[in-house]
Design a protein around this ligand. Structure first.
Ligand code: AMP
Ligand code: MG
Length: 323
């Protein structure tokens, strides 16, 4: 019996940790040492401390407080995140804009009361959005918002970026299989033990049924991210107002209910999902289908579902019932 114990392969333990960080439910599933999962949660908490706009000492809060005044020294991760956000902003002609903050505040999505802003305050906020005025100085290690009143908001890319950082952290600790989820951002590492072909099952939420799934994805490692109009919204006079804002109109982007992106990078999956959501079905689909290594599921507010060619026949889509 002793001999058998000695030669039996050590079972990999499944460890799961949950938390609420970055204003969203966080889940880390690690097949490996429990302290790896704990280290992952600690690291997400540290990144939240850098990027949460509501924390006075965070990089984002300090950059915002110095808008129009001076450049602010930030962590290398913050510089990196801002540069990636700016790259997507120029790639999408500003449909994605990390200086969307004044509009987010005008609609009350930055905490506090949600409201439909007057057209005057909406236009004033829109005038303060402009990624060209976010200056990154690599050499000095600083970020600068060039005009007073500008507000940095990395909320559409930070979770996907973090999911990838955590995946790297776990790899560095010798973890072979893991799933990291921050709200709609998911990172998959290695083969899922017991999964068919080592694949992971990721469900895409039905945009109009909180308990239902719209699609089931069977994925190898990588990143998947969903932007949806059901994640944060309020209703006034029968109209849904949600948190993904179109910098061109100052209003919640219209036309799509959700966009799911599968990408080789976490920040990309997150930013592209939000960007395509803003662009709407036609432009959003064309944009995503034109990006190398990207697959996507776009769902319109009327229930139309479009898949990029690489996904056709690979996903099981259930749109019914659609209100
Ligand atoms: P996500 O859930 O990744 O789609 O990100 C949505 C969050 O990103 C919002 O809560 C805002 O903080 C921010 N956001 C809203 N609209 C935009 C936009 N057009 N470009 C970049 N960030 C945005
Ligand atoms: Mg996003």
């Amino acid at each position: 019996a002793l001999l058998m114990l000695a030669v039996a392969p050590r079972r990999t333990e499944r460890v799961e940790r949950v938390a609420v960080l970055m204003d969203t439910p966080v889940r880390v599933v690690v097949y490996g040492p429990p302290n790896a999962a704990d280290a992952a949660i600690d690291e997400i908490s540290r990144l939240e401390g850098l990027w949460h706009p509501g924390r006075a000492e965070s990089d984002v809060a300090r950059v915002n407080a110095a808008a129009g005044l001076e450049a602010v020294k930030v962590a290398p991760e913050t510089l990196d995140l801002a540069e990636r956000a700016l790259a997507v902003a120029s790639l999408t002609d500003g449909a994605f804009d990390p200086t969307i903050g004044p509009l987010v505040l005008a609609w009350g999505f930055g905490g506090g009361e949600n409201r439909v802003p007057s057209s005057a305050s909406r236009e004033a906020a829109r005038g303060l959005v402009g990624y060209q005025d976010l200056k990154v100085d690599r050499a000095a290690g600083t970020l600068f918002l060039a005009r007073p009143g500008m507000v940095l908001d990395l909320g559409a890319v930070a979770k996907g970026y973090s999911a990838e950082s955590i995946r790297s952290l776990l790899m560095g600790r010798g973890v072979k299989s893991a799933l990291v989820q921050l709200g709609g951002s998911v990172a998959l590492l290695g083969r899922r033990p017991g999964g068919e072909g080592g694949r992971w099952q990721v469900a895409v939420q039905h945009p109009r049924n909180p308990e239902g799934f719209l699609a089931g994805l069977s994925l190898a490692e990588g990143f998947v991210d969903t932007a949806g109009d059901y994640q944060r919204f309020f209703e006034r006079d029968g109209v849904r107002y949600h948190h993904i804002l179109d910098p061109a109109t100052g209003e919640p982007a219209r036309g799509l209910a959700s966009v799911t992106v599968i990408a080789p990078r976490g920040d990309q999956a997150d930013a592209y999902a939000t960007a395509a959501f803003v662009m709407g079905m036609e432009r959003g689909y064309a944009f995503l289908a034109g990006q190398p290594g990207i697959e996507a599921i776009l769902v319109s507010t009327s229930g139309e579902v479009r898949l990029t060619p690489g996904l056709a026949g690979k996903v099981d889509v259930q749109v019914q019932p659609w209100p």
